[in-house]
Unconditional design. Structure first.
Length: 200
């Protein structure tokens, strides 16, 4: 029987320990990546939820323009600002260059915005723990007295809420226009994400 040289004893144990350490490091890295992916997916999901809620608020504001129950010149403020009374909530006067509302009025910290369905009677499909989305309809006044007229332009600003405090804002330029039958249409001319302050 041939004896092993003394310097080779324990080499197998060292190799096994090195391989085990490498496998543990790979497992830890994989687990960390999976946790990060799960957080990313959850954040994306709640942001999409908030964005869809903001889109619903835009649609509700457009429905209000179509119905034209409150949308007339007398309903809007006479200076660039928003109404905060119950009947005029969500109606603002602005201009193409300058908004007539403050971020606090849209997010609900200060009165001004209308809740989804408040003036259209719609119900927001939520399981109850999320706030209803809110919107402001801003008449972009011109120098022509007596407007809004059938082709008036409005800037609609909307905010939607998701789980975990997620919020998303959308803004659209809409035109109220009468069709051949005399019914008011709400035509979205442009839209963009609305970046909301996180300091509110």
């Amino acid at each position: 029987m041939i004896a092993m040289p003394a310097r080779q004893r324990g080499a197998t144990l060292m190799i096994a320990l090195i391989m085990l350490t490498a496998i543990l490091l790979l497992g830890t890295a994989s687990a960390s990546l999976l946790i990060l992916d799960e957080h990313t997916a959850r954040n994306h999901r709640v942001h999409v939820q908030a964005t869809l809620a903001a889109q619903a608020a835009l649609d509700d504001a457009c429905e209000e323009i179509r119905r034209a129950d409150r949308i007339d010149a007398a309903a809007f403020p006479s200076t660039p600002q928003c109404r905060s009374d119950v009947e005029g909530r969500g109606l603002c006067l602005g201009s193409p260059e300058r908004a007539g509302w403050k971020p606090e009025q849209l997010s609900g910290a200060e009165p001004g915005s209308a809740a989804y369905g408040e003036f259209t009677g719609r119900r927001f499909p939520s399981d109850g723990d999320l706030a209803a989305p809110r919107y402001l309809i801003e008449w972009l006044a011109s120098d022509k007295p007596g407007r809004p007229e059938p082709a008036a332009l409005y800037r609609i600003s909307a905010i939607g809420f998701g789980r975990g405090g997620a919020r998303a804002g959308l803004q659209a330029i809409a035109q109220g226009r009468s069709d051949e039958a005399g019914r008011t249409q709400c035509i979205i001319r442009a839209w963009r994400p609305l970046f909301l302050s996180t300091s509110e």
